[in-house]
Design a protein around this ligand. Sequence first.
Ligand SMILES: Cc1cc2nc3c(=O)[nH]c(=O)nc-3n(C[C@H](O)[C@H](O)[C@H](O)COP(=O)(O)OP(=O)(O)OC[C@H]3O[C@@H](n4cnc5c(N)ncnc54)[C@H](O)[C@@H]3O)c2cc1C
Ligand SMILES: *[C@@H]1O[C@H](CO)[C@@H](O)[C@H](O)[C@H]1NC(C)=O
Ligand SMILES: *[C@@H]1O[C@H](CO)[C@@H](O)[C@H](O)[C@H]1NC(C)=O
Ligand SMILES: *[C@@H]1O[C@H](CO)[C@@H](O)[C@H](O)[C@H]1NC(C)=O
Length: 418
Amino acid sequence: MTAEEEVKPLKIAIIGGGLVGAFAAVTLSRLPNVSVTAYEKSDKVREVGAAITLTEGGLVTLEQVFDLDELEKILYRTPNNGHITRRHWKTGEYLKEPHSKSPKYPKYNHAKAQRVLLLDFILKHVPEGTIKYGQEVKSVNVRQDGVAIHFANGNVTKADLVIAADGIYSKIRRQFTNDAIVYKGAVAYRNVFDDKIVEHIPGLPDDVTVWIGKGSAMFMTRLTPGKFNVAAHLRDPPEVAANLRWNKTTGDWGKKRLIEHFKDWDPLIGQIVEVMPESIAFPLERAPWLENLVVGDRIAFVGDAAHPTSGVYGAGANMGFDDVWALYRSLLETKYNLKKALFLFNETRAPFLKRVEKQIEIDQQIGAKYIGTAETDEEWKRRVEHRGLSAKWITDHSVDNEFEQVRDQNFLQLFVDE
Ligand SMILES: Cc1cc2nc3c(=O)[nH]c(=O)nc-3n(C[C@H](O)[C@H](O)[C@H](O)COP(=O)(O)OP(=O)(O)OC[C@H]3O[C@@H](n4cnc5c(N)ncnc54)[C@H](O)[C@@H]3O)c2cc1C
Ligand SMILES: *[C@@H]1O[C@H](CO)[C@@H](O)[C@H](O)[C@H]1NC(C)=O
Ligand SMILES: *[C@@H]1O[C@H](CO)[C@@H](O)[C@H](O)[C@H]1NC(C)=O
Ligand SMILES: *[C@@H]1O[C@H](CO)[C@@H](O)[C@H](O)[C@H]1NC(C)=O
C-alpha cells in the first residue's frame, strides 16, 4: 500500500454510555480501521438496582458480540422456559396465555438480569479508554466534512459519524425535533434485594410473574446471583410523580404506599412487600419515536434516544442492541460509505420500529376499550386471557433477517448502479 492509498480510520463518536451506548462501544470497536470514542456525562456508571428482560431477539444479537456462556453467569433462567406468567390480582390464579411457543434453542428463552450486572458485563468488553466519563455533550454541528461535537466544558472535537445514544432526554435529538416528554400516568416502584429476606415465604414464585389488576401491576422475579426483584407500576398523580427520582429511595412513604395499594390483592404480595427493604421509584415517561433515525450522512440515533419505551414489552434495551447491530452490519457491508450505510440502517430499523409503536397504541386502546370496560370479574378474566400477553413478533424479531431483506432489495442501488 502506498501512502496515498492508506485510509484514515473512520472516527466514530458515541454520545452516552448507558446499556446501548456501551454496547455500541464494544460492537463498533470491532469494525476494521475505526477509532471509537464514547462520551458519557456522568462521572461513573449509572444504572440502578432493577431487573431487565433479555428477549429472544436480544439474546441472538448479544451472541453476535459476546460469548453467551459467559453472559449466562449473570442470567436468571426460570424453570418454565422463560414464559412470563400472569396471575389474577386478587385470587393469584394463573391466567391462560393463548400463545406460548418456546424458542427452538433454550439459550434464547427469555432471561432476566440485574441491570447493573448487565452494564458491567458489557463495559468489561469495551476496549480500555474508549469511554470518556464526565464529558457532557452540549450540541453537535453537522458540516460538510464531519460533525463538530461541542462539550459543556467548552471543548470541541470532530468525528466522521456520531451515534446518539443519550437516552430518553436526548439533547442531540432535540436539536432536530421539537417533541415533549410526557408522564404516562404511572410510577415504577423497583426493588432488588437478597432473596434470603423472602425465602421463608411459602409460594414464592420461581418464574417471572406479573399480577395484573385494574390499572396497576406487580412484577416479581428471582435474579442471579441470589437476588429477588419486585417492581410495581401504580397510578400516581403528576405532582407525586414529579418528586420521585430513580436514584433516591422512597423510604417509609414508599413502603406505606405499596402496603396500602396491595392490601386487597393476593396475600403473597403483601407478605413480600412487608419485609422487603426500601424501594426506589420513578415516573414512567414517553416521547414520540423518531421516524427518521438519521441526520444527513452523519448522525444515527439508537436506543431510547430514538425510541423511548419506559419498559414496553420488556424490549427497550433489546431493541437498542438491535439498532447497534444493524448499524454495525450497515457500516461493514458498505465499506464505510456513510450515505449508503445510514440508508441501510434507517431502512432496517425505522419501518420495524414504526410497527412496534403502532402496536403500543393499539394495546392502549385494547386496555381502554376492551379489558378496562369488562363489567364483571369473570368477563375481565376472559378478556385478559383472550388478548394474552405475548408480543412475540416484537421480542423474537430478527434484525439480521430484516437487514438482509433491505440490503438485497436495494442491492442494485447500493452496490451495482452508481
Ligand atoms: C421501568 C422500566 C422497565 C424496563 N424494563 C426493560 C426490560 O425489561 N427490558 C428491556 O430491554 N428494556 C427495558 N426498559 C427500557 C430500557 O431501560 C431502556 O430502553 C434502556 O435503558 C435504554 O438504554 P440507552 O442506553 O438507550 O439509554 P440510557 O440508559 O438512558 O443511557 C443514556 C446515557 O446517556 C448519557 N447522556 C445523556 N445525555 C448526555 C449528554 N448530553 N452527553 C453525554 N452523555 C449523555 C446518560 O448519562 C446515560 O448514561 C425498561 C425501562 C423502564 C423505565
Ligand atoms: C478538554 O479540556 C480540558 C481542559 O479544560 C482538557 O484537560 C481535556 O483534555 C480536553 N479534552 C477532553 C476530551 O476532555
Ligand atoms: C439523581 O439524578 C439526578 C438526575 O436524574 C441528578 O440531578 C441528581 O444529582 C442525582 N442525585 C444523586 C444523589 O445522585
Ligand atoms: C427512514 O426510514 C423511514 C421509514 O422507511 C422513512 O420514512 C424516512 O424517510 C427514512 N429517512 C431517511 C433519511 O431516509
